[in-house]
Write a protein that binds this ligand. Sequence first.
Ligand code: GUN
Length: 289
Amino acid sequence: MTLLDGKKTAQALQQELAEEVKLLQAAGDKTPHLVAVLVGNDGASESYVAGKVQDCENVGFQSTLIRLPATTTEAELLAQIEALNNDSSVDGFIVQLPLPKHIDAEKVTQAISPAKDVDGFHPVSVGRMAKGLPTFISATPFGILKLLEKYDINLTGKHAVVLGRSQIVGSPMSILLARNAPVGNCTVTLCHSKTPDISKHTLQADIIVVALGIPEFLKADMVREGAIVIDVGITRVADDTKKSGFRLVGDVDFESVAPKCAYITPVPGGVGPMTRVALLYNTLLASKK
Ligand code: GUN
């Protein structure tokens, strides 16, 4: 079993990005600038956004965090987005999800200019991705592809089973794995909450991508020997033995599944850091446009 070390891989990619920033600056080009908008004070969102800002600092990007109170109205947030769309100093920006319930997240997503949509959530970005046109690919699937690429894993002709049909991960992942591309060319099965007998599918899989948000969903008896397992889940589970009061648990029962795998991502330190570095790649791409 080989551990797909997202932390180490992301650090190496950050180093490459930092070198590229230095070259850009030496050539008199602008420094890439990412803005993150955080509405309210959801604990997990706070730490995700802090991580994104820290990553920018690590590679020499400019970053700005805009904090808005939980009471921000939809109209106020849309006005903020319009200002960012029109601000030429901003290359790309994200509005951290989830948003407070009184704000329509879809409306917000669609208000972001596709040219600055470094999350790749806008319908234009999703449509271009589905057509195989150059665009911003949402960070988690993009990061997973980069991780597989870094480990030289050839998926051509393999059977991929994706668990979860979210707009952010499962759906785009299923499309990307089927593409005629270096990390692609899979036969893809997409399973979701209405799929009967998920094990029937996962037991046929050469690669399983689990993005359900259900801690330790994938058990050893659902995986064949030699499979590749990518765990996208990261759930905070209460744990009194930890100073923070919680521990992070993936969607895979790692202890029992890992010994059967050819490759597996850990949680934490697998997909998470790759998602973060993928956002940096999208920001660099936005700044070059
Ligand atoms: N919430 C959880 N993941 C993400 C992400 O990738 N982007 C944004 N904007 N919000 C998120």
